[in-house]
Design a protein around this ligand. Structure first.
Ligand code: AMP
Length: 607
């Protein structure tokens, strides 16, 4: 291509990017400037659209009333359990206007569970379009931040995975939310984001066999290594998993590249054909040698930057419990910027990060006021202990610095209404940090759930995360980081005690000395010191025994995830449980304990 053509191509890419950015900014500005008006409109639309539904009639909502006070007074108490029988009717093929007037096109399976089963969230076409339109609008905010980049050239190494789908007896597709987005042509067709050119062919992303899918996606990423300008996964944990996969399979991958013959384990016919036709026409021994030399040995620091030298950032959800993966990803990526854009769920897309390069610790999501009608239950630190539940407030009445639990009313009939402990509550705790135009911005704090309790102590996921942070600080001078963690309240001993399972990784081999047992005991105590008053007073009065760390052999959390997936969890949406209660999972963990260490003394207790 001569120089002039290159300039034209670059200009056209830049122009496309500029136009997309302007359109997105305008759209988001409009939405966020009229947040309260939009919220009123959303509730009115939900109620008027659904006035004829069996659900609203059943519960005596006066026909045609769209006023929020009438809604709050008349619509009865519900939880997912309360509408489960309605959702089962939809599952079994009842297509009458039951929960919502618009036709349900699929059921999205949430990672949230109900009696051990995934919750099934009904979705309409309008719903899906609303989500996709907004998601596509947020990407130009990111491209705008990537300086000096030619948007025509960059490719995304998108390690995105789907899984098996089922057809309900009523003929609806039931699948994880990521499948629903990744298999929707609108997601690709309407996306103005030039980096959406994925290195992976659609056959690889759509292949439900995770081995075949990730194997071929890595191969494609190697073949196009100089084109890759970003690496994308859904959750941070997915990328650490993919890196572990690479550790286990790089020799096979290199063998394929150097021989030009695809591994016979890739048996999915359309994927196999696509790989052979598009990528594997010629052996590439030099490339294989390079990948092999990058992967051989123990030191994988900066491996992503070595293999994909033009990558400018990594995109993954890294807030909430995913912050745990930030040090790991910094280690493997050689310090590439980590970008998190979305705060989403099966029920609804809540918020987007409009300042993509701010770093995962600083993210405040802007709530999207057109996605659902939101209410906010103000929380105090005592709520989790007392179980009390204050009145929820509307978006117009939220206050900066306050933590809230999010409550939603969506277009598809997940109605919310104040009554004690009986609302459709997301279980997510968020902290109001400010406003974008008139729209609230929130930090994601935690899932509102207690993970550990022996006595009257109640340790939440974020308390545990904080304690892990303390242990990390103790380990840092020893070049050791915590790869992953989980916990369990062990009541087999008297008194019961907290057990923290850790998988550790040492950055540079520790001169053969290993980590002294005293350091791990110090970690136990540091964790205890960071826990709450009720924990420490329980320790003082010997109602709670010394905290125990069980160090796991390498690869245990990968095995735990494989185990969860083989039992029905979704790869893309899988989140490591921060507390394990399942007997079989505990057996797996306990079968791989290398050493065990207890807190050597009682933590200081101040009332
Ligand atoms: P699912 O319905 O299975 O997709 O899970 C949705 C849940 O994942 C949310 O309610 C949050 O608890 C969590 N989640 C989603 N996005 C984020 C995010 N950006 N940061 C932290 N947690 C998130």
């Amino acid at each position: 291509m001569d120089e002039a053509v290159v300039v034209v191509a670059e200009k056209s890419g830049a122009e496309v990017q500029a136009r997309a950015y302007e359109a997105s900014v305008q759209y988001i500005e409009e939405l966020t400037s009229k947040c309260n008006e939009i919220q009123t409109k959303v509730l009115a639309e939900i109620l008027s659209q659904n006035a004829e539904t069996e659900y609203l009639k059943r519960h005596g909502m006066p026909h045609g009333h769209i006023n929020r006070d009438t809604f709050k007074t008349n619509v009865p108490v519900i939880t997912y359990e309360d509408i489960k029988s309605d959702i089962l009717r939809i599952y079994n093929g009842d297509f009458s206007p039951l929960l919502c007037a618009k036709p349900i096109v699929e059921l999205v399976l949430s990672t949230g569970t109900s009696s051990g089963q995934s919750k099934m969230i009904p979705i309409t076409n309008d719903d899906m379009q609303r989500r996709i339109r907004l998601r596509n609008a947020v990407y130009p905010f990111l491209t705008k931040c990537i300086e000096g980049e030619n948007p025509d050239k960059g490719k995304m190494l998108g390690l995105l995975l789907t899984r098996d789908e089922t057809i309900t007896p009523g003929g609806l597709v039931a699948r994880p939310g990521t499948n629903a987005i990744l298999k929707n042509p609108q997601f690709y067709n309407d996306n103005p984001y030039p980096y959406n050119t994925n290195t992976s062919p659609i056959e690889a992303i759509h292949c439900p066999d995770h081995f075949q899918s990730i194997y071929t996606q890595l191969l494609c990423g190697f073949y196009q290594r100089h084109d890759v300008t970003s690496v994308k996964v859904v959750f941070g944990s997915n990328l650490t998993w993919a890196i572990h996969f690479l550790k286990g399979h790089y020799s096979d991958l290199c063998h394929d590249i150097s021989s030009g013959n695809l591994n016979p384990k890739i048996t999915d016919l359309s994927l196999r054909t696509r790989m052979i036709d598009t990528f594997m026409q010629h052996p590439q021994p030099e490339l294989a040698k390079f990948i092999e030399s990058a992967c051989i040995g123990e030191n994988w620091e900066g491996i992503l930057k070595t293999i994909w030298p033009n990558a400018k950032y990594i995109e993954a959800i890294l807030t909430g419990s995913m912050t745990q993966y930030i040090p790991m990803l910094n280690y493997y990526s050689g310090g590439l910027p980590l970008v998190t854009l979305l705060y989403v769920s099966s029920e609804c897309d809540f918020g987007y990060n409009l300042d993509p390069m701010c770093g995962p610790y600083n993210i405040s999501y802007t709530l999207m006021p057109n996605m659902a009608y939101y209410e906010f239950i103000p929380l105090t630190s005592e709520d989790d202990v007392s179980g009390s539940q204050p009145e929820p407030v509307d978006m117009a009445n939220v206050e900066v610095g306050q933590e809230y639990e999010l409550v939603i009313t969506t277009y598809t009939g997940l109605y919310s209404q104040l009554l004690m402990n009986s609302r459709y509550r997301m279980g997510d705790v968020i902290l109001l940090t400010g406003f974008y135009n008139s729209t609230p911005q929130f930090k994601f704090i935690r899932r509102r759930n207690v993970v550990l309790s022996i006595d009257v102590d109640k340790t939440t996921e974020s308390d545990l995360h904080m304690a892990i942070q303390m242990a990390s600080n103790v380990l840092q001078p020893f070049n050791t980081i915590i790869l992953d963690y989980t916990s369990n309240s062990c009541t087999e001993t008297i008194p019961g005690h907290y057990v923290i399972y850790l998988e550790l990784i040492t950055k540079t081999p520790a001169n053969g000395t290993g980590l002294g047992a005293n350091i791990l005991e110090e970690c136990c105590l540091a964790m205890e010191e960071s826990l709450g008053f009720y924990y420490k007073s329980g320790r003082k009065s010997n109602c709670i025994g010394p905290l125990e760390i069980r160090v796991l052999s390498n690869g245990t959390f990968e095995k735990l995830m494989d185990f969860a997936i083989s039992n029905g969890a979704t790869f893309n949406q899988f989140k490591m449980p921060r507390c394990v209660k399942s007997v079989s999972m505990l057996e797996l963990l306990d079968s791989r304990v290398d050493s065990s260490h207890f807190s050597p003394s009682t933590p200081h207790c101040r009332s």
